[in-house]
Ligand binder design. Sequence first.
Ligand SMILES: *[C@@H]1O[C@H](CO)[C@@H](O)[C@H](O)[C@H]1NC(C)=O
Ligand SMILES: *[C@@H]1O[C@H](CO)[C@@H](O)[C@H](O)[C@H]1NC(C)=O
Ligand SMILES: *[C@@H]1O[C@H](CO)[C@@H](O)[C@H](O)[C@H]1NC(C)=O
Ligand SMILES: *[C@@H]1O[C@H](CO)[C@@H](O)[C@H](O)[C@H]1NC(C)=O
Ligand SMILES: *[C@@H]1O[C@H](CO)[C@@H](O)[C@H](O)[C@H]1NC(C)=O
Ligand SMILES: *[C@@H]1O[C@H](CO)[C@@H](O)[C@H](O)[C@H]1NC(C)=O
Ligand SMILES: *[C@@H]1O[C@H](CO)[C@@H](O)[C@H](O)[C@H]1NC(C)=O
Ligand SMILES: *[C@@H]1O[C@H](CO)[C@@H](O)[C@H](O)[C@H]1NC(C)=O
Ligand SMILES: *[C@@H]1O[C@H](CO)[C@@H](O)[C@H](O)[C@H]1NC(C)=O
Ligand SMILES: *[C@@H]1O[C@H](CO)[C@@H](O)[C@H](O)[C@H]1NC(C)=O
Ligand SMILES: *[C@@H]1O[C@H](CO)[C@@H](O)[C@H](O)[C@H]1NC(C)=O
Length: 678
Amino acid sequence: MANVSFWLLLAFIYVTLPWKYNVAEGKLSSESGCRLFYRVADCSHLQLLSVPQNLPTDIQELLLDFNQITILHKNSFLRYHDLTSLSMQSNQMEFVEPGAFNGIRRLEVLSLQNNTINMKYELTSAALRLTTSLKKLDLSRNMLTMDMVPELLQNLTTLENLFLDTNIIMRLDQTVFEGLVYLKELSLRWNYIYEIECGTFEGLVKLKKLDLAYNLLPCIDDYRLTQIQMLNLSFNNLEWFQSQETDTEFHLEMLDISNNQLLFFPLLPRQHHLHTLLLSNNRMRFYGDIFGTNSSTADYLIVEDNITSVTTVDLWSDDIHSNLSALHYLDMSHNQFAYFPHGFFSNMSSLSYLKLNWNCLQAFHVSPSDITSLVDELDLSNNELVELQAENISPGILSLSYFNLSNNNLCNLPRNIFSSMTRIHTIDLSNNPLHLCSQSELRMGEGKCIDIRNVPSLRRLYLSGCGMELNLHRVFYGNTLTHLDLSYNSIKGITFLDDTARMLQSLFLRGCLAFNITVDFSAFMSLTVLDISENALTTFPASLNGLALHYLDLRNNKLISLPLYNTRLLGSLKTLYISENPFECCELGWKNVLISSISIPDLQKVTCNFSNRYLPVRDLPASINHSCQWKNGGPWLYLLLTLPVCLTLLVALLLLFLTFKQTLLQTVKRRCRRSTSY
Ligand SMILES: *[C@@H]1O[C@H](CO)[C@@H](O)[C@H](O)[C@H]1NC(C)=O
Ligand SMILES: *[C@@H]1O[C@H](CO)[C@@H](O)[C@H](O)[C@H]1NC(C)=O
Ligand SMILES: *[C@@H]1O[C@H](CO)[C@@H](O)[C@H](O)[C@H]1NC(C)=O
Ligand SMILES: *[C@@H]1O[C@H](CO)[C@@H](O)[C@H](O)[C@H]1NC(C)=O
Ligand SMILES: *[C@@H]1O[C@H](CO)[C@@H](O)[C@H](O)[C@H]1NC(C)=O
Ligand SMILES: *[C@@H]1O[C@H](CO)[C@@H](O)[C@H](O)[C@H]1NC(C)=O
Ligand SMILES: *[C@@H]1O[C@H](CO)[C@@H](O)[C@H](O)[C@H]1NC(C)=O
Ligand SMILES: *[C@@H]1O[C@H](CO)[C@@H](O)[C@H](O)[C@H]1NC(C)=O
Ligand SMILES: *[C@@H]1O[C@H](CO)[C@@H](O)[C@H](O)[C@H]1NC(C)=O
Ligand SMILES: *[C@@H]1O[C@H](CO)[C@@H](O)[C@H](O)[C@H]1NC(C)=O
Ligand SMILES: *[C@@H]1O[C@H](CO)[C@@H](O)[C@H](O)[C@H]1NC(C)=O
């Protein structure tokens, strides 16, 4: 109600103007179709050929995106003195006439994204020069080259944010951004920049954020931009990154060099404020194990204007001279690290997130002296780990909450490792050749096995594809798991889950139950997600009917029917997968009940077996229905069906016999006649 009166009030204010108040849409719209909200006019997608002149004169923001304005003529905005923000994206605009912005007192934000201002950029440049307060300018997607940019930016000294993404800029030199002393943010993504001349960004003393992602830069020598806080160099061809060797303070906080060709850990500034360092998808490793300490230096030339200098860098040395004590997030996944030099992580005293997945590690140390005990999430999945080392660990010493060790070669873990993690929440040990300790192994205190009992904080445990035989009791004793994945192991009954059954919410038992197993799920009171696909179940486990599952996956079993009538399960189930089962075509009574109340995403693929022919359940031919009725009709129907056929056959045989008999008689007669001629 309050809303409506607000709009009525607005309508009243503009009553002298040609505005319509559309009750149904709750919006004001002009004759040209623009939508007005407070002091914002949205005229996007209206196929306009020029700037509408019938909008309220006090608008502050005007959106003209996706129209067909090819030229912004002089005095187009004369009426709109208060305009501060103008967006003209995607108009196929060729140029802006000098004087187009006449009348606007303070234009601060201008977007000309996705036009063709490269055609007559000198004119547009002259027009831009007359805006004296421009703070944010977007010239992305305009086919601009390196020669056009300095011209367009000339005298735009008030700029704070500049976007030049998706153009065809190949080089940058000192002249390009000259005089932009207030520039804070510069984005040059998706260009073809392969060279940046020294001094290009030095004059931009306020620059905080520089985005050079998706270019062709081959290396960064002598990085010296002390003012920048956020530098994005992802998706280039960088083979190395080297900072100036000085003790000057760099303000760098976030550095993204992911998706490049880096061969070495970057040579970072000595003093910086890095909290996020992204280095994934490169070719980095340490070389100390190959080259020893003898050949640890490499000389290389820096050609800077006309001065050539030689810098010697310890490329093969494993020492990191940079102070990484403020680093919070480090991503080195998808590289080629086979080891880390001793103490590499121990100086990163603020590290919380460490991603080392997809490397070539064979061993890793999690002792408090090796990685800081503050690490919260550690991902070591997809390595070649055969060993995880942990010395001097005591209960609670590690504060890990997420630990991913999946896809490795681990068959053993230090016995007390999980009890040293009192905050651990998620452990992924999938696809390792390991097994859980049996009672006797625990009693002996020996053996290559994993003990995951008594980890009270643990909620999510992943153990799929470990090749385990699970028939032991109490392997999860003392845990309150809510999520458990035991897929692709071999399970002989599920009594070993008794300890954790009551709390479990999601259970994955894909491909691990034998066909003749009788599984009783009635103890799993909290279960909402169950996956028992890829087993060989011939009958639907009746105990499921008493559960309140939301999600059930029964794909790829040997079920003939789904006896789901009036059960608790039917009321709670939201998603059900049932394809790849040999359902009996003549016993599909359950089908309509399920389809009407439950989402079956794979229904298209569900087939049924009609005398070893597999037919789509969704559009079962009506003839099958009839055949089933005959089939189910019993011996009388068979008799009725076969009687006329039998009778016809009998008559036919009789006739045949009679015909045959006649010819036979005739031949005999003929023979007799012949014999009398002797
Ligand atoms: C660019 O503008 C054209 C029309 O001029 C439009 O068809 C296209 O979708 C726009 N592209 C983007 C990425 O906005
Ligand atoms: C624009 O900048 C040039 C120097 O780059 C200067 O000579 C000229 O006076 C400036 N023009 C205006 C209008 O500020
Ligand atoms: C760097 O740019 C890439 C590509 O645009 C983007 O995916 C990534 O999130 C950016 N990095 C940061 C730290 O913002
Ligand atoms: C280094 O070189 C010296 C002589 O060239 C050799 O004696 C020494 O064993 C080498 N050290 C290593 C670690 O390779
Ligand atoms: C180097 O270039 C500068 C101009 O960039 C010039 O003044 C100077 O004389 C040159 N020095 C040499 C040694 O050529
Ligand atoms: C590393 O930097 C931190 C501040 O970020 C400082 O407290 C610490 O003393 C530095 N360590 C060394 C070895 O310079
Ligand atoms: C860790 O920092 C100490 C000084 O705090 C330094 O002596 C040691 O070399 C550093 N270790 C590494 C691997 O950088
Ligand atoms: C562990 O890592 C693997 C592979 O990197 C990933 O597929 C899996 O989802 C991760 N596990 C968890 C629990 O996040
Ligand atoms: C299940 O079948 C396996 C062989 O497939 C057999 O060894 C086992 O005794 C059977 N178990 C039951 C309970 O029938
Ligand atoms: C399909 O149905 C026929 C009888 O109509 C039966 O003999 C056969 O075993 C069934 N196939 C499967 C895979 O259950
Ligand atoms: C099949 O026959 C049954 C019983 O006569 C009938 O209820 C059902 O609607 C029929 N289904 C189709 C697809 O004809």
